[in-house]
Design a protein around this ligand. Sequence first.
Ligand SMILES: C[C@H](O)[C@H](O)[C@H]1CNC2=NC(N)=NC(=O)C2=N1
Length: 118
Amino acid sequence: MTALNQAHCEACRADAPLVSDEELAELLKQIPDWNIETRGDHMELEKVFAFKNFRHALAFTNAVGAAAEEEGHHPALLTEWGKVTVTWWSHEARGLHRNDFIMAARTDELAKTAEGRK
Ligand SMILES: C[C@H](O)[C@H](O)[C@H]1CNC2=NC(N)=NC(=O)C2=N1
């Protein structure tokens, strides 16, 4: 199986398989410091990235957005002065799919080179 940060998303489908409990435990080990948030009937992956100011936060937001467009899989992004909250979940499948872990790993890769991290 391809490492998460080298993998690419598959097309989002309503009948796409959500990760099993066992897969969830394994996948979470590969994306340290991401939190599982249960919202309504589904789980989401969420992590807050800290920056020195709004300009750097916005630049990171745009980098994550560009990766999402590339992969056709999109996050919720809350951009504030000094921080960006990134949330991944699969809307059509209504839960956590391997795509979400791929994009969380990709988000971490982008954060490594992002300017102005705190
Ligand atoms: C038509 C389009 O590809 C789909 O609506 C995609 C867009 N991006 C998406 N992103 C996420 N996170 N979940 C989806 O189900 C999803 N579906």
